[in-house]
Design a protein around this ligand. Sequence first.
Ligand code: NAD
Length: 416
Amino acid sequence: VNATPATIGLGIVGLGRATALMLLAFQASPHAAVVAGADPRPAAREAFRSTFGGTPYASAEELCADRAVDAVVIATPPELHARQVAVAAAAGKHVLVEKPMAPTLAECDRMIAAAAEAGVHLLVGHTLAYSPAIRAIAHAVAAGQFGRLGSILSLYYTDYVYRPRRPADLVPGTGQGIVLNQLPHVVDCIRLIAGGVVESVAAAALWEWDPDRPVPGAGSAFLRLPAGAAAQVVYSGYDRFDSVVWTFGVDELGYRVAHEPGASRRRLREVAASGGSEGDVLESKRFGGGAGGAGDPADRQPQPGVLLVSCEHADLRPSEDGVAVFAAGGVEHRRIAQPHWPAGRTDVLRALYDAVVHDRACVHDGAWGKATVEVCLAIESAARGGGEVVLRAQRPPATPVTPPTFVDETGSEVSA
Ligand SMILES: NC(=O)c1ccc[n+]([C@@H]2O[C@H](COP(=O)([O-])OP(=O)(O)OC[C@H]3O[C@@H](n4cnc5c(N)ncnc54)[C@H](O)[C@@H]3O)[C@@H](O)[C@H]2O)c1
């Protein structure tokens, strides 16, 4: 008799910022044990050894040959995702790849084919869309609790442009602006709430407002959804207005933050003025770097900007600890049992465990991840004068979205 394994062995490829953000989830997950880590940077490997006690490797290839690894988490820059997924799949490993799945649809297709050929699961780690409040809203909309979906409004203002970057990320044309870095979060939440399908990007605009950082840092888009519904997206990463002003002072990780317009921009200038390099600041935010330790868990739920979902009979938005439902009769607060970080991130690992151990289908599979990349690239194309872009790779989730557990004021469970 084969006992169900309590945990799966994880190998992490890419021990950078994304891994620092997942650290608490890796440590808190009852479903996964980190047994190996790969990164070309010796400092990252050293930090890995002291944090996890697992085996450090210099390359994805070596890590994928480790028999203790059941599934590989790929958290490297997006241009490496397709090749590394192929390496992992060929070694018979299941794969969780960070968002964005890949920079092109052709690469997404190759990743899906590689996983199918090897008979392994491929998941895309859209951590924000796994947040309990987003799943709660998606579940309520899918169940038709408030009638048909009409509109989704996303207003997301951050300091994204002034977060420390690799020099390559600031090269005009090939650098990483919001399109494949920040919009995947927004688009994935919208797709989850709307049932997976965006019919077209009807109109879009992208702006580069700082010649010293010449990548798209702000944008706007109008997405057509099925049955006459629509979504409007505004994103700005220029460190001026910040949507935390409208989200209880809580940021996208669930931390309470002070709003200081221009503070991130000033910090980078000060680093340069004192002869420091942006690369050093980035390094300090990576796994094993100064600020890259686990830190304290956030005690609020993540706030993905302002997100307002309007159905025939109610408007819904994430509240401080759950979902607020605004209807003709007043406001109903639906409290979520464990809304705070790293809730969404441990749920990503739960989905991976269920896929590996129980062969269970998941929402964020390869075809889903590709569909999110398709929307982001279509926003870019519409903004560059391509006119309305009709989408072809959209699809509903392969399995229903599971709602979180709701509680009353005393903490007792209530049904959704
Ligand atoms: N879900 C989230 O909230 C979230 C947050 C941050 C980043 N991300 C995503 O994670 C990915 C990585 O971004 P990041 O910000 O962590 O970048 P990063 O530069 O901080 O980290 C990337 C790491 O990969 C390593 N690396 C480079 N080449 C490698 C190779 N060939 N083999 C193994 N390791 C290699 C680098 O040394 C570095 O440590 C991106 O796809 C990004 O969009 C997701």
